[in-house]
Ligand binder design. Structure first.
Ligand code: UD1
Length: 426
């Protein structure tokens, strides 16, 4: 109860107006670490994952693995997962409700034990988010699906490799089906698969475990099922959404950041967009770093979110904050989630001019935002509010920051190190 109250009462205070300058290091990718953690359910041997960020969503994933019967040991950014006595096949409501990605236990449990059940992830602030694409994929492989009292149960005596055509390139469904078909009998081909770098990372880890997956990162993925998988060690890729957030914070505060431990190619569309509006970006692939420098007034640019390699929906909110400060008009179209503009109203409370019409937001740049009390509605909306606070005149107090702790490691400390006046208060 006290932890819950603390979650609700912690706030971030920012005194805005300082351009960010200096070096910031990006953590491991949350969205890559999560499927990799759940992939360890596919083997009874020991797996070691490195560069796993210290985040609340990772805590939830580790709790879920422990609940299911794995022994999980976390030290710094390395997580070691070993087998316990036996595996349970039921993911409880309390853990699934906290994180939609918990549905990723279904594929590995079904493939390994022929049975899996989990509470259906509910709707969330940014949309309804069903898992129908995952379920029809499992059914193609021969699983029976039952829905009762909010719990989905999957059963299969044997999974058989098949051709699967996704109606939409869902990230989670691609990961779930990669994991399930890694232990199915025969060959599975996934058409219209998601192409995100996190899919490639998950496939690389599975291949280290002995899976035979080809084509991850393209629209068509071939998987030759194996009888069993072995343990493996894997280093999770850098977080491209965290990278994007720092790039946008540098642009909005008219600063200059050296962002380290990144894969610049994973942020191609954002880098191109920032260059188009007038930022200078220097990518140094050999040193895995990026320099982002403001040197002239920026121009507005329209964006439309879409599946990778299009503009990421997870960067839409932060981009919106930047556009509120760029002289002129721009349009932001959200094509992935149906309700992902909750941050617009909060930005308007800080003086931004944004009109939302369906899945489009029309932004007219203003000279300055002013500090205010604002509320975070979801993880990336939280990042947008932090960037707004960093630029705004005066004090900004950000409420409901537990969303931020799901996805940004050491956010305040990293920003303080590059000049931001930011602190967490209890
Ligand atoms: C992942 C990311 C999330 C990101 C999203 C889109 C993780 C842990 N999370 O979420 O940060 O915002 O990709 O890039 O990696 N959909 C269906 N039916 C399904 C599955 C999805 O209708 O069975 C819809 C969703 O409601 C949503 C869209 O497809 O509107 C995208 O969902 P999906 O790609 O599955 O995202 P997630 O894997 O949930």
């Amino acid at each position: 109860m006290i932890a819950l109250l603390k979650e609700f009462m912690d706030k971030i205070l920012i005194e805005g107006g300082t351009p960010l300058k200096g070096v910031v290091e990006v953590s491991g990718s949350k969205n890559s670490a999560l499927p990799c953690l759940f992939a360890t359910l596919l083997t009874e041997e020991e797996c070691v994952l490195e560069n796993v960020p210290d985040l609340v969503d990772i805590d939830t994933a580790c709790s879920l693995l422990s609940f299911l019967g794995k022994k999980v040991n976390r030290k710094d950014h390395t997580v070691t997962i070993q087998s316990g006595t036996s595996l349970s096949t039921e993911a409880p409501y309390d853990l699934v409700r906290r994180m939609r990605a918990s549905a990723l236990v279904l594929g590995p449990l079904l493939a390994r034990l022929g049975h899996a059940s989990a509470s259906l992830p509910g709707g969330c602030a940014i949309g309804v988010r069903p898992i129908d694409i995952h379920l029809s994929g499992f059914e193609r492989l021969g699983a029976e699906t039952q829905l009762s009292q909010g719990i989905v149960t999957l059963k299969a005596r044997k999974l058989l490799g098949k051709r699967i055509d996704f109606a939409f390139p869902s990230v989670g469904a691609t990961e779930n089906l990669l994991m399930a078909s890694a232990l199915a009998q025969g060959r599975t081909v996934i058409h219209n698969a998601a192409r995100e770098p996190e899919i490639v990372d998950c496939a690389n880890f599975l291949n280290k475990m002995g899976a035979e997956i080809e084509g991850a990162g393209s629209k068509t993925i071939h998987i030759l099922g194996k009888k069993s998988l072995r343990g493996a060690r894997h280093r999770v890729i850098p977080d491209r959404i965290e990278t994007a957030t720092y790039l946008l914070a540098a642009a909005a505060t008219q600063g200059e950041l050296l962002i380290q431990a990144v894969h610049a190619s994973h942020n191609q569309i954002l880098i191109q967009s920032l260059e188009k509006i007038g930022m200078e970006i220097l990518a140094d692939a050999r040193n895995a770093s990026l320099i982002c420098r403001y040197f002239k007034p920026l121009k507005p640019l329209n964006i439309v979110t879409g599946p990778y390699p299009k503009f990421p929906t997870d960067v839409q909110a932060q981009w919106m904050t930047l556009m509120t400060l760029v002289s002129g008009k721009s349009v932001i179209q959200e094509a992935i989630f149906e309700n992902r503009f909750l941050h617009a109203a909060e930005l308007c409370r800080m003086g931004a001019r944004i009109e939302v019409d369906g899945n489009r937001a029309f932004v007219t740049g203003v000279k300055q935002l002013s500090g205010a009390d604002v509320m975070v509605s979801d993880l990336r909306a939280g990042a947008a509010m932090v960037i707004a606070g960093l630029v705004a005149k005066g004090k900004t107090r950000i409420h409901r920051i537990y969303h931020l702790d799901r996805g940004y490691e050491n956010l305040e400390e990293k920003l303080r190190n590059v000049g931001a006046q930011i602190q967490r208060v209890h």
